[in-house]
Write a protein that binds this ligand. Structure first.
Ligand SMILES: [Zn+2]
Length: 516
């Protein structure tokens, strides 16, 4: 009975009430970090039991329990057990306490959930109240996965104690900056950052280049790339990687803890900085100040910033990107977006970051108008034509021929070879007659539409960080173009383009009717 119910209703439309009477099993992650946080296996199990009781699920007693040491999950044996049982239809619903306990990252989560979905099973994250794959929970699910990966309360709770201890000892948190690498001491506990022979030359070249005063971020990046230098991540240099190095107080021997947050702290680092690096980095700061005119651009200080439009904001004149700078005047700090392509005549060269962000929110995001007609109009436009020819009769005829062929083969009238050839020919014919699978596009479009509709609210939400705003902007836009200090055009990513087109078309349409 339970299984037949699932066949009728896809998770997309499912509600909690639909779960009643279904067979459930619990998945639990057992890790030291979870235990330290008071979210050990017992708590997870309790949450799942409570959920099953509240919503009338029939909870089994398999309890797939994954033992996690550090960051690695060994072979996911228990998860495979859960998959195997799903394949044998031993349960309908898998209960998981929290999205962050299901996979190490978004990709892994999506992967596992898809595997279960393919087996027609439902995953419920009980503490967050999310039915995986449900349309209603789509955005919450997606945001939670993103949060789990980077900025989640849960994740930061996992690592906070470790970071605090590290910072207290003056160790730098995170990846090794350019010119350095992580080194594990023989004891195996905690890594130290030590100068790296491989990338130190690139760092020195970068600092010397900027200290010479001959370069903008941009020309310096070009120069370094031309000379074959690469970043710590083995990529080409960009304005932003130059900016990162010049803003990193690591090179003057400091360790910064909770960068850009209210509880940011700067301490003397435990790492060693070669004297020439330290001197060059300081010289670079002087050059920046001289260059900006009497102390207008502040040296990197406590207030390092994430600029939400970095990576998408582009000059409409020369096509070069803008990057964020902190501007200081009469003791007041302001954040600006600037592009430093010397040959570009476009003025002003920089604009207040807040102003462009507001313009984007009010002029673009809040004007998106996806009413009930979008789906039909967009799908029609994508199909590139009006109503499609109806081939259903031909398909029926071919299917009948196919059934006949099977019978003939079964009765031994035709041999294996002949059957195979004929069968494939008929199958090809049917595929050619079937309408193109435009419905394949629909889930992606629905997803895109959902995000666009929620975008203004997300963008303004107090709980959304600048970093997340930047991810949102990059998710939707390839470019946001600026001309003479004003936002003049946006170039959405391909999956969002039809929706933008529809929205514009609607606005013009409505406007036209009003004026006539
Ligand atoms: Zn330009």
């Amino acid at each position: 009975m339970a299984a037949s119910f699932l066949n009728r209703s896809a998770p997309a439309q499912m509600t909690f009430e639909d779960l009643r009477g279904l067979r459930a099993e619990g998945y639990v992650r057992d890790s030291k970090l979870d235990q330290q946080d008071g979210y050990g296996p017992d708590i997870q199990r309790q949450n799942e039991i409570r959920f099953a009781e509240s919503y009338g699920l029939i909870l089994g007693d398999r309890w797939y329990t994954e033992f996690v040491s550090g960051r690695s999950v060994k072979n996911r044996l228990e998860f495979r057990g859960a998959l195997g049982d799903a394949a044998m239809d031993r349960y309908d619903v898998l209960l998981v306490d929290h999205t962050s306990r299901f996979g190490r990252n978004q990709e892994e989560c999506i992967h596992y959930k898809r595997q279960l979905q393919d087996l027609n099973k439902v995953v419920v994250f009980v503490s967050q109240g999310i039915i995986s794959g449900s349309e209603r929970d789509f955005l919450a699910e997606r945001i939670n996965e993103t949060l789990d990966e980077a900025y989640s309360r849960n994740l930061s709770r996992y690592v906070r104690s470790g970071f605090a201890a590290k910072a207290a000892q003056g160790h730098v948190i995170g990846h090794a900056p350019l010119g350095y690498r992580q080194e594990k001491p023989p004891s195996g506990r905690g890594a130290r950052l030590v100068p790296d022979k491989g990338t130190m030359p690139a760092l020195l070249q970068l600092l010397r280049g900027y200290a010479s005063g001959d370069h903008s971020f941009r020309t310096l990046a070009q120069d370094l790339n031309a000379k074959g230098y690469r970043t710590a991540a083995n990529r080409s240099f960009t304005e932003s990687s130059i900016s990162t190095a010049l803003n990193n107080r690591f090179y003057e021997g400091k360790a910064v803890y909770h960068l850009g947050r209210s509880d940011e702290e700067v301490r003397d680092g435990a790492h060693k900085v070669p004297e020439d690096v330290r001197a060059l980095w300081r010289r670079c700061q002087e050059v920046r100040q001289e260059r900006a005119g009497a102390g207008r651009v502040s040296p990197p200080g406590k207030e390092q910033q994430v600029y939400p439009l970095t990576g998408v904001l582009t000059c409409d004149g020369c096509g070069e990107p803008f990057h964020g700078i902190t501007h200081r005047s009469h003791g007041l700090r302001s954040l600006r977006m600037r592009h430093s392509w010397r040959r570009c005549p476009m003025r002003p060269q920089s604009v207040p970051a807040q102003k462009v962000e507001t313009e984007l929110a009010e002029g673009v995001l809040e004007c998106l108008n996806l009413d009930n007609g979008w789906r039909q109009a967009v799908l029609l436009a994508l199909a590139g034509e009006g109503p499609k020819p109806d081939n259903s009769m031909d398909i029926k005829r071919t299917e009948a021929a196919l059934a006949n062929l099977r019978k003939q083969h079964l009765w031994g009238v035709i041999g294996d070879e002949e059957f195979k050839d004929e069968y494939q020919a008929l199958k090809r014919q049917i595929r050619a007659l079937e309408p193109p699978p435009s419905q394949v596009l629909t889930p992606n479009l629905d997803r895109a539409a959902q995000l666009l509709q929620d975008l203004p609210a997300l963008w303004h939400h107090a709980g959304v960080t600048s970093q997340q705003r930047r991810e949102l902007a990059r998710e939707v836009f390839l470019e946001v173009r600026l001309r003479e200090g004003r936002l003049v055009a946006v170039k959405p990513r391909p999956q969002y383009a039809p929706l933008f087109a529809y929205s514009l078309w609607r606005q013009n349409d409505v406007g036209g009717k009003r004026s006539s």
